[in-house]
Structure formats: structure tokens, C-alpha cells
Design a protein around this ligand. Structure first.
Ligand code: R5P
Length: 294
């Protein structure tokens, strides 16, 4: 029987409370579809707006890199401290337990090795496999200024189109040729091209001068790769500077898994990324954790 009391009816429907409409927390992502946002929200922590991606995909072109010889032994103990694992489908299927609660960023470009011209890549994973693997994003290498610049950009735009069809974001990974200058001018160019052509977030390298102009001119979030192994205090400082200058996180590999204590290092990096800890405090944390272990 319908309500006869009009006041009760109004109460049940909270007619005095307008439905809220929250802005999405990530830069440049407000207009994305629900599935895209949900996946990005599994990579970037909505509380801090940042991410610690553990990059372990190096084997796709350079084989068993130092620190990644046995991912089951060396990397699985780090998994709990990462927000996201960035890796290939081969390692995902063979080593990573399927009950992991971590989001997965799947490397989807490839096709060359360190023995050849690296920019000569193609798409190496079908979107359907990314769906099957429940990927939260797909990573494509883009070689701006490289020999195969055009092909690598088109690889990315193809993945963006396919990802939009299925609600999976694309991470553009800016790769820099050995002889190319790594400066803010180059990274402004590279990151902006990726974002303009549809990348949902971009991975780049940190540069000590004017990095904030790179993050400012890129309309989507930027995460930094760690690059070659450097001393732990320097790596923490680099992560700190990048975050303070607008990066939305790190996608760090060698500076974590080649550290003297990878398990201490990833926790120190987390402190910098999520809690804005200074490099000095993070180093203290690193040393405490490392000493506790030994
Ligand atoms: C390149 O090999 C991969 O895209 C890596 O994921 C990326 O370079 C990040 O790893 P790292 O911090 O070791 O540079």
C-alpha cells in the first residue's frame, strides 16, 4: 500500500540532500570512464594521490638483469610493499601468485633485444590477454627522437584506442636513446606528445634542472623511472625531489632491487612517495630496517 504520509516519503528519499558529484583525484583524469578511473585508483593510492610501482620488466629486452635473476626468490618478498607491479605477462603467469592484491601494469610492447636497435618495437600483447590478466594498465615504450619514433608512437595510440574500448588505461614509457640529451626540454616534448595522443599517464626520468616544468606542462600524471643504480641516499633524494616537483610517484626498478637491502629500500621509497618524508629521514628508515634484518 502506498505511503499516505508525504513527510515520511520525503525523508526516505532525502529530498533535502542533493546527490554529490566528486571530482576524481588524479590530474587530467576526471573525464575518463568509470572502469578507467577504478583501475587508475588501484595504481595510485587515492589517499596520497601517489604510487610506488615496482618495475621488474627489464627482462623483456635484456634477459636476467642483476637482481632479477630469480624473481620468485628476490622480488616476491618485496611485493607487499609495492602499490603496483610493472612486469611482463611471462613473469606474471609463471611467478606471481594469482591471489596477489597488487595492481598489475602489463608491459605490452617489445620485439627487440639489447643486441639490436631498441626502438624497433611492436605491440607484443593482445588487448584480450591484458583483459584476461586483469591488468590495471598497459605500458608501451615510446621513443621520441629515436630511429623508430613514428612506429613507437603509433604502437601507443593503438593501445590507447584498444584500452579505451575495454576500460584499461595506457602508460606511455618515454625511452631515451643512448646518445640523446636527457634534459627538461626533451622530457617536456616527449611527455607532452604522449599525453596529447591519449596516454593516461606517462613514465619519464627525473632531471635535476627544471623538472617541475615537465610535470607542469604534461596534463596527465607523471611517474619517474629510477634509471641506473645509484647510491641509496641519492636515489631517495631523486625520488623526493621528483615528488616535491609534481611527480605522482615512481616506477622504480634497479634502485630498489639492486639496493644492498631491497626490502628496506622499497619501504624507504614508500615513505618519501606517500608520506613526503625527507630523504634524510627516509635514509634513516632505510638504515634502521637494513640493520634490523642483519
Ligand atoms: C625499462 O627497462 C623498463 O621500462 C623499466 O621498467 C624502467 O626503466 C624502470 O626501471 P628502472 O627504475 O630500473 O629504470
Amino acid at each position: 500500500m502506498p505511503d499516505v504520509d508525504g513527510n515520511n516519503e520525503a525523508k526516505k528519499y532525502y529530498t533535502d540532500i542533493p546527490q554529490t558529484s566528486k571530482n576524481y583525484f588524479l590530474k587530467g583524469s576526471n573525464s575518463l570512464d568509470w572502469g578507467m578511473k577504478n583501475r587508475l585508483g588501484r595504481i595510485f593510492n587515492p589517499a596520497s594521490g601517489k604510487t610506488v610501482m615496482l618495475a621488474i620488466d627489464h627482462g623483456y629486452f635484456q634477459g636476467p638483469t642483476t637482481g632479477l635473476e630469480r624473481i620468485d626468490v628476490n622480488i616476491l618478498p618485496l611485493e607487499r610493499y609495492a602499490d603496483t607491479l610493472m612486469l611482463t605477462r611471462g613473469i606474471l603467469r609463471t611467478i606471481i601468485p594469482a591471489d596477489t592484491q597488487k595492481s598489475i601494469v602489463l608491459r605490452v610492447s617489445g620485439g627487440t633485444s639489447i643486441l639490436k636497435e631498441l626502438s624497433n618495437e611492436s605491440l607484443a600483447v593482445d588487448i584480450e590477454d591484458a583483459v584476461r590478466l586483469n591488468a590495471s594498465a598497459m605500458a608501451v615504450q615510446v621513443f621520441i627522437g629515436g630511429e623508430h619514433e613514428r612506429e613507437s608512437i603509433i604502437n601507443m595510440t593503438k593501445m590507447v584506442d584498444m584500452g579505451i574500448r575495454y576500460g584499461i588505461p595506457t602508460l606511455a614509457v618515454t625511452a631515451v636513446g643512448k646518445d640523446m640529451v636527457r634534459d627538461a626540454k626533451y622530457f617536456r616534448l616527449a611527455t607532452r606528445i604522449c599525453a596529447e595522443l591519449g596516454a593516461h599517464y606517462v613514465k619519464t626520468y627525473y632531471v635535476p634542472e627544471d623538472f617541475e616544468t615537465v610535470t607542469a606542462s604534461c596534463p596527465v600524471p607523471i611517474v619517474i623511472a629510477g634509471g641506473k643504480k645509484i647510491p641509496e641516499p641519492d636515489a631517495l633524494k631523486m625520488a623526493y625531489n621528483a615528488i616535491q616537483q609534481g611527480a605522482a610517484g615512481v616506477d622504480m626498478g634497479r634502485n630498489i632491487f639492486q639496493a644492498e637491502s631491497p626490502i628496506a629500500m622499497i619501504q624507504a621509497v614508500r615513505a618519501v612517495v606517500h608520506n613526503n618524508e625527507t630523504p634524510e629521514n627516509a635514509l634513516e628508515l632505510y638504515n634502521d630496517l637494513r640493520n634490523k634484518k642483519s
